[in-house]
Design a protein around this ligand. Structure first.
Ligand SMILES: *Cc1c(COP(=O)(O)O)cnc(C)c1O
Length: 353
């Protein structure tokens, strides 16, 4: 089965070998307070910063999932209000989880064809948190670096948190435009699930210490203090961190990966243009995701494609939530090979016959 599922997604071919290496070299039983672990952590963080072009002064923290990051953000960075700009299921979920912890969470939904206007996104008060889902995996839309930067300019007194779960390690993100970036590794990283990542600006770290919420094992201040010693507040997913390190050693710098994915994205659009029955769910090209392609057709056609794709050995992404009956999703993640794309393209072209 070739997986085009947008998470959990296809993992890199080297993963089985790296798992075996982890076993052989004792990583699987490694003590997370040992100097060996601290060296592994340091190397992983250094490689992440290098390959993803993350500013040196940013702090990287590990959790077990993006969902956990949402909770850490709510506990550690929100005191009164948070403003949640979202147009789909993941952004809404982030809002819902936050609201349970911080009742001041405010939902600001927008249409999925809409590009946010930074000039009109000006938020009240100060020291509040603006939450943006950079790549909305459920409907295949994205908020560009320029727009996030614009929102930053419009709101100099607030912090900005960005969910980049299905774009981090796939497209080039402008980390200077926000304070907290969160993701998990089972999407563009091409790794098995079970590891979450937070990338925090120096301003975010200062703010976390001002708030100084130390109630939780995964409070950001506590995690940051531990990270100064290249350690974590609990026994982490050591295998996941090791696999991340190995994959970061292998991958090209993010600018090169970005270029490949954008090219592939345009190839997919060309394939779609020749499909009379299928079209891109999002009409506004300016807000289309580079990493998740949502395709729409009538219910019967979607059913048929799903069924025949499965029989032909392709795992396509189901539509998400309300969109399930009339859409399917194709991941455009880095671990997918040119050959696999070619064979799915052929399959789609044959649908016309
Ligand atoms: C997949 C996804 C999540 C959830 O990730 P977990 O690792 O399962 O918690 C959150 N946000 C976005 C945008 C996603 O695509």
């Amino acid at each position: 089965m070739i997986s085009f599922y947008p998470g959990p997604s296809r993992v890199y071919d080297n993963i089985p070998r790296y798992v075996k290496d982890a076993h052989t070299s004792g990583i699987l039983s490694m003590n997370h307070r040992s100097t060996e672990f601290m060296a592994l952590m340091k190397k992983t963080v250094t490689l992440l910063k290098q390959k993803l072009a993350i500013p040196k002064e940013y702090t990287i923290l590990f959790t077990s999932s993006a969902t956990e990051c949402w909770e850490v953000v709510a506990q550690s960075w929100i005191t009164h209000k948070s403003f949640h700009l979202y147009n789909g299921a993941f952004g809404e979920k982030w809002y819902e989880y936050t609201r349970k912890i911080r009742p001041g969470a405010t939902a600001l939904p927008f249409g999925r064809e809409t590009a946010l206007n930074p000039g009109q996104s000006v938020f009240e008060g100060e020291h509040n948190l603006i939450c943006i889902t950079q790549n909305e995996t459920s409907n295949g839309t994205q908020v560009s670096n320029e727009i996030i930067k614009g929102i930053r300019t419009s709101n100099p007194k607030h912090l900005i948190a960005v969910d980049a779960t299905s774009s981090l390690a796939g497209i080039k993100l402008d980390f200077s435009a926000a304070d907290i970036w969160l993701a998990s590794v089972q999407k563009c990283f091409g790794l098995p699930a079970g590891l979450g990542i937070m990338i925090c600006s120096p301003v975010a770290i200062v703010r976390a210490h001002e708030i100084n919420n130390r109630q939780f094992y995964n409070s950001a201040v506590f995690m940051t203090d531990m990270m100064l010693k290249w350690q974590t507040s609990c026994t982490p997913n050591v295998l996941g961190i090791y696999l991340l390190m190995r994959v970061m050693e292998d991958v090209k710098p993010i600018a090169a990966i970005h270029k490949i994915l954008v090219n592939r994205y345009h190839q997919w659009l060309a394939v779609l243009a020749k499909q009379p029955k299928l079209s891109h769910l999002i009409r506004n090209e300016a807000v289309r995701s580079f990493t998740v392609l949502p395709l729409t057709a009538d219910e019967k056609t979607i059913q048929k494609i799903k069924k025949s794709a499965k029989a032909a050995g392709f795992l396509l992404g189901d539509g998400y939530g309300d969109l399930k009956p009339t859409t399917l999703r194709i991941a455009n993640f880095p671990a997918i090979t040119d050959r696999e794309i070619k064979s799915l393209t052929k399959f789609l072209q044959n649908l016309n016959r």
